[in-house]
Ligand binder design. Structure first.
Ligand code: SF4
Length: 226
């Protein structure tokens, strides 16, 4: 059983962490006022396809592939009726091309059958689609519809949340729920997108640039990773 004193200490520690998370968010807002999504898209459908393709692949590579892909497949119906072998070839360089092609077609078939070819706007509906998890759904809802459904946790957000001492978890969904507890909902979209930028630009996996980091006086690991 958790003693009253321990509960008190835990809730105090949570408040401290939450305050620190808010200061981190303020610093990130100053550094990255409007962090854009690195994937190129002009419709929710395009972002959905691009995020599916981005699993285990760089955004730069996805952007090269989608530049041609989106000229050929313009609607959910186009993707739903794609010839699987042809689509596999077209997205081959993004890796895991067989499952990605299968998911894109299956997903777009549901968009056509259930949603008139449109991308739905709820977490439940999105995560029921083939190849769509919370990360993709958060990215779509925040990026296209400005709906703060959660926090996008990709490899950068995962690394940064751990390094900044905001979550000890390894599983992205558990990290997301830790971060959602620490920050008000109005900050969720920005926080995830800003951490992705910060992870790419400054706090990279092998050699974080702590001397240039706007968070270095808030980070428990500042100047310790060599
Ligand atoms: S201080 Fe260093 S380790 Fe900490 S967030 Fe900044 S770059 Fe990353």
């Amino acid at each position: 059983m958790v003693s009253g004193q321990k509960r008190f200490q835990e809730s105090g520690a949570r408040q401290d962490k939450s305050r620190r998370a808010s200061v981190i968010e303020q610093c990130l807002r100053r550094a990255y006022p409007k962090p854009a999504i690195a994937l190129h898209f002009s419709t929710p459908l395009q972002l959905l396809v691009a995020v599916i393709l981005s699993a285990q692949c760089t955004d730069a590579r996805v952007n090269i592939v989608t530049k041609e892909l989106f000229k050929k497949y313009r609607t959910a119906n186009d993707f739903a009726n794609a010839k699987l072998k042809e689509l596999e070839k077209e997205i081959h360089s993004t890796g895991f091309y067989k499952s990605k092609a299968k998911n894109i077609v299956a997903c777009c078939q549901v968009l056509v059958e259930k949603y008139g070819g449109q991308v739905p706007q709820t977490m439940e509906e999105l995560t029921a689609l083939a190849g769509v998890g919370r990360k993709t759904a958060n990215c779509l809802l925040g990026g296209c519809f400005n709906i703060p459904s959660g926090i996008v946790v990709d490899t950068h957000v995962k690394r940064l949340a751990n390094r900044l001492g905001l979550s000890k978890q390894d599983d992205p969904e558990k990290i997301e729920s830790d971060l959602m507890e620490l920050l008000p909902q109005k900050d969720w979209i920005h926080f995830g997108n800003a951490l992705i930028h910060h992870g790419r630009k400054i706090c990279n996996a092998r050699k974080p640039l702590c001397a240039e980091c706007v968070l270095n006086d808030l980070c428990p690991l500042a100047f310790t990773i060599v």
